[in-house]
Design a protein around this ligand. Structure first.
Ligand SMILES: [Zn+2]
Length: 262
């Protein structure tokens, strides 16, 4: 198949950028799209990258790129966001419920993603969303999860999300997403590779001050907990040296310089 792939929104902080919840939609859609595109190519499908990083009219430009090609599918990757922090789950928007093939494919995408633990909100129709309305090919907007919901954010793992949506779209994914592409780290202070860890680590280098657990992956976000020097925690997913951790059932993030894998 020939598939157009759009990482939803423009870069963080620019006109048209995505939602900011516990994680940043613009950053995450690019991480997901990167793996999605690589996985499709590794499985012998062709991919047209329709991502626009900077524009005052990004959707129109993205649709234009998609419509220059004869695509089988135009896919746009998004995270949902809500003022209601309990809202959660995956959903896929399509243009027309009468298009049975797209309904079936979108249902498969929802089902695969819900296997990761996300609530399946199902396939939804919208006649106004520009991406599904204006692209010539069959189209989907995949809202992978809510960036405003702690449980969903705990399940955020761009490789696994991309693998699931690819599988829903093309059937079988032959290539392990862990083997696809280098995992870049945009932070030079320490050098943990981006990706899933799911292992124990000890809190180090913090002395008597202890280690802050933050609400998001940056030092300006709220401190929601503290860990004492020497304590052992489980670190999950790492992006730019920030690990997600679950302490007392609550999701938070700690900086990699202050943990040592054991
Ligand atoms: Zn969005």
């Amino acid at each position: 198949m020939k598939i157009g792939s759009n990482a939803g929104h423009t870069l963080p902080g620019t006109t048209g950028c995505g939602a900011v919840g516990l994680i940043n939609e613009s950053v995450c859609t690019r991480q997901i799209a990167k793996y999605f595109n690589e996985l499709l190519r590794a499985n012998n499908h062709s991919v047209i990258d329709c991502t626009i990083d900077k524009s005052t009219n990004y959707l129109k430009e993205a649709v234009t790129i998609a419509n220059r090609q004869n695509l089988d599918y135009s896919i746009s990757h998004h995270l949902n966001c809500s003022d209601d922090i309990s809202a959660n789950g995956v959903e896929v928007w399509i243009y027309d419920f009468n298009d049975r093939a797209t309904v079936a494919a979108a249902n498969r995408v929802c089902n695969e993603l819900s296997q990761l633990g996300l609530r399946n909100r199902g396939v939804k129709e919208n006649k106004k969303f520009a991406w599904v309305k204006n692209t010539k090919s069959k189209a989907m907007i995949i809202e992978y999860l809510f960036c405003s919901n702690a449980k969903d954010v705990g399940l955020y793992n761009p490789q696994r999300l991309a693998e699931a949506s690819c599988k829903g779209l093309i059937g079988q994914v032959k290539v392990n997403p862990g083997s696809v592409g280098p995992s870049e780290n945009n932070d030079s202070r320490c050098s943990y590779k981006n990706g899933e860890y799911n292992r124990q680590a000890r809190v180090v280098n913090v002395g008597s001050k202890g280690l802050n657990i933050r609400q998001a992956r940056n030092t300006s976000s709220e401190v929601i907990g503290k860990l004492v020097q020497g304590s052992v925690i489980k670190v999950d997913y790492c992006i730019d040296n920030w690990f997600s951790v679950w302490e007392n059932g609550k999701l938070g993030f700690v900086y990699g310089e202050y943990v040592q894998l054991i």
